[in-house]
Design a protein around this ligand. Sequence first.
Ligand SMILES: [Mg+2]
Length: 235
Amino acid sequence: MRGRLAFAAFLALAAPAAAQPAPGALVAPAQQPVNVGDAKFAAAVYHDSGAYQREIAVIAEKASAWIAERAPQVTRPALVLDIDETALSNWDIIKRDDFGRIIPGPCSLGQDGPCGWAAWDLLGVDPAIEPVREVFAKARALGVAVFFISGRPESQREATDRNLVAAGYGGYEKLYLPADGANFASLADYKMPIRTQIEAEGYAIIANMGDQPSDLFGGHGEKLFQLPNPFYRIP
Ligand SMILES: [Mg+2]
């Protein structure tokens, strides 16, 4: 990590001067988007420098404060949580796969190589994102019901429940997963109707927390808490 940060500092200092071509010497594209290699590099520095963890902690603290204030004011208060990069961290596989997100394929913990995400999820070894686990614990202590809504398929229910409990999320109210093979233009098309269903059961969703805009889009949550995730996108 230190080497990577030092290299980033070196690039910041040295690259602009060294990269300046003579006027008129460079013919370059004008419209290409962000270079994927540069984006991966920036994401790794963001994670490894501690900035990622610090931003999560700040947002989690705001969520805890809001829940502590609001929960006593409503009947049947509820907290909705996403799972991946919200409750649980997949950083290990993100690193193994060099930011690729290939779903099929095997995964062996014994070898330090790339993994298929489906096989990875079935291992059930994700650690908790600790500040979010603390939000969960504080919410439960206040009598807030916690609902997990994830895009993981139904066939991963047993492994996901086992992982959540092992990571410190035991005592949640319900885990919602889409049917195997279900396809959504946006995962918001799955998650938003589930929140309306939770409300129809008499709960007041005082907070909804996720790492993707599709976790939060569509309302049905008093306050939305978006955690950082520059590593992958779930539309
Ligand atoms: Mg997520």
